[in-house]
Design a protein around this ligand. Sequence first.
Ligand code: 3HC
Length: 285
Amino acid sequence: MRGLDDIETVGVVGAGTMGSGIAQVAAQAGYDVVMRDIEQEFVDKGFDTIEDSLARFVKKDELTEGEADEVVDAIEGTTSLDALADCDLVVEAASENMEVKQSIFQDLDETVPEDVVLATNTSTLSITTIASATEREDLIVGLHFMNPVPVMKGVELVVGEKTDQAVVDLAHDFAEGLGKETWESDDKPGFVTNRILMPWINEGIRAFDEGVASKDDIDKGMTLGTNVPMGPLTLADHIGLDICLDASETLHDELGDRYKPAYLLKRKVDAGDLGKKTGRGFYEY
Ligand code: 3HC
């Protein structure tokens, strides 16, 4: 297995919000990065997200313009899976769909050298089931980053049924090298964070739908009342309502009725109002 000292190039599958954030923090930590998505327009959008984020660090004098340019230059954008063949660690951050993830991991297993650790950024799906699509189940681990990746300090490590302890240790060391802190979760639905966060978000949505308070007062009550940076409706918009619904449905399927997604969450997703990214969720952007 390739250890931390062997890692020069990090592969990232997916250039969306999470994938581009992971590519950025890996490049900021000094790695060469290959960021792959299926369409060039998704890769381009990933670079736009990275450049916006880097501009914030430049504005605060935490990076110079030259350093920000170096971060962008360290990232190779591609639509080719073969471009990941020379990576020493790969983090997958594609859609939250088991079939999609298994197919990606099967392809990665055939493309990437057999001693390379393959991590998934899945937020709720089983690491063990994803790993079963490969011949290297011991080298598969969950590296669950938080959104926005460049500012959130935490990374959840998820240990699959067959994940080797050396892989868990490597995942800790790699995440810490990116300036993050880690905690471990067993491979149970939603792990630690989403198991607890999604019912909180769904209860906020239900409280709004049932007329307990206005959306502003629900968010105000939770931010000022419990000292969290965002209330449940703002946070749902920030994460993406489609992501919240996928996560809630996985929890509901696996853990039963206490995880039933709120009716209004489904209605909003059906209407295409997915939060910040579409300009409208519970709020307008
Ligand atoms: N890149 C770089 N910097 C960024 C950034 C980005 N993408 N987004 C925000 N920032 C910086 C800003 O520049 C600002 O810096 P400063 O305070 O030094 O000037 C700072 O972060 C705060 O940003 P803003 O002033 O724009 O706004 P806020 O004060 O509201 O902070 C926030 C934004 C950091 C997102 C904060 O609201 C927050 O922490 N919210 C909660 C986020 C959260 O809970 N994320 C986890 C969601 S769960 C998850 O991801 C798991 C998944 O599986 C669902």
